[in-house]
Design a protein around this ligand. Structure first.
Ligand SMILES: [Fe+2]
Ligand SMILES: [Fe+2]
Length: 268
């Protein structure tokens, strides 16, 4: 994994979030819409505000792997970027005259799930949230008329797309070590967890989605398309890597055969 690329990326990009200037116009949305956005964005704000303690603990367990050198540093910077998202979303909730949350049930389930298995599963649950965030911030940036919400949603959408690539790079490194049957099993459970999560989020954020003129079914369909796009890119890379490994093996065994034939020829 090219961890140095991600270290450079996060170092440059997170700074932009700290410096991002938001329009200074007051919120002019009707009260009902404003409140629906404020509540919904406050839930995402809580989700972004974790300190990454468990994730950092897990990354220590793979710190010695040669192909993941520098991953710990990249994860530290990734967590810092998520915290910069929490700060931007807190400013947005303030702009919408909403209240920040300390606890919320979907967020508690997410946190509980992330600690269930191992680092790969932790990343997968995080990734599930990021795939949902891609749809959510995409819709906010396109359909919310408030300029502050639009500005923040656009920036977060771009960042989350970067996070999806970061997680894909990591999962590629881990999944390529699994046999195809295990890769299929991983795909199945990832798809199932993503599907259930999208349904729960669509229901929990239904007032906000209604204000954006998006039905829960439409939100779920968009979420499924994002998952398919992510998964097909990952599978393409895994397929290419397997073909490459097979070709290398074939050329090595071909070389071994020809070299042993060359060694035998003087004798025969
Ligand atoms: Fe984020
Ligand atoms: Fe993210």
């Amino acid at each position: 994994m090219n961890t140095q690329h991600w270290i450079n990326h996060f170092e440059a990009n997170t700074r932009l979030n700290h410096e991002l200037r938001l329009p200074e116009t007051p919120c002019e949305l009707p009260d009902q819409t404003r409140e629906a956005f404020a509540r919904s964005i406050a839930i995402f704000q809580l989700g972004e505000s974790g300190g990454g303690t468990r994730l950092r603990r897990y990354t220590r367990s793979i710190a010695s792997l040669e192909n993941l050198k520098g991953y710990q540093r990249a994860v530290d910077l990734f967590v810092a970027e998520e915290q910069s998202h929490a700060a931007l979303l807190a400013r947005t909730v303030g702009h919408l005259r909403g209240t920040l949350l300390k606890k919320q049930w979907t967020n508690s389930i997410f946190r509980w799930m992330r600690d269930l298995v191992n680092l790969e599963f932790n990343i997968q649950v995080l990734l599930t949230a990021e795939l949902i965030a891609e749809v959510y911030f995409g819709l906010l940036s396109l359909r919310c008329s408030d300029p502050v919400v639009q500005t923040v949603a656009k920036k977060l959408l771009r960042d989350e797309m970067g996070h999806l690539s970061f997680q894909r790079d990591f999962l590629f490194e881990r999944l390529k070590t699994l046999i195809p049957a295990m890769q299929r099993l991983w795909r199945w459970q990832f798809q199932a967890i993503h599907f259930v999560t999208a349904a729960v989020v669509a229901w929990d954020h239904r007032d906000c989605l209604r204000a954006l003129n998006v039905s829960p079914a439409d939100f779920r369909a968009r979420a499924v398309r994002c998952w398919q796009s992510f998964q097909s890119r990952l599978e393409r890379r895994l397929g290419e890597s397997e073909t490459h490994a097979r070709q290398e093996l074939a050329s090595t065994s071909g070389y071994n055969r020809s070299s042993s034939a060359a060694m035998q020829s003087p004798v025969s």
